[in-house]
Design a protein around this ligand. Sequence first.
Ligand SMILES: [Zn+2]
Length: 136
Amino acid sequence: MNAKYTLEEVDIRIRSAFGLQGIFGDAYPFSEEFRIILAKAISKLPKQIVDWTTENVLFFSSRDDRFVFTLNIDEWKHKRGFIFLCENLKEWSEGGQVLAIAHEIAHLKLDHRKRGSSEEQEATKLAKQWLKQRKE
Ligand SMILES: [Zn+2]
């Protein structure tokens, strides 16, 4: 059994978790470019972490075709962790993007409530563990 989803399987999960059928109705809360970056990064994670992420994390970025995004009060009660994708991330190498996104997901998975150097190390360690796991 494969321990990781293919890029295509992850993209389908991202589309259904955050896209048309998802919580935002008619739009993704991130740009097309970031959808691709996210799919590439998340496909490197173990299957159970991909599933956890699509259920428990909300990703946001700016979009070229939108000026504003609104979350109404019901949408805000999603109780998901929140990861904002900054434009600067686009300038990083693919490996850097993957590690940065995995690191942020690890903070949420570890339920970090404060940020200190030990939390940073713990998140990086867990992210690297996920990325090291083999495809099968
Ligand atoms: Zn961190």
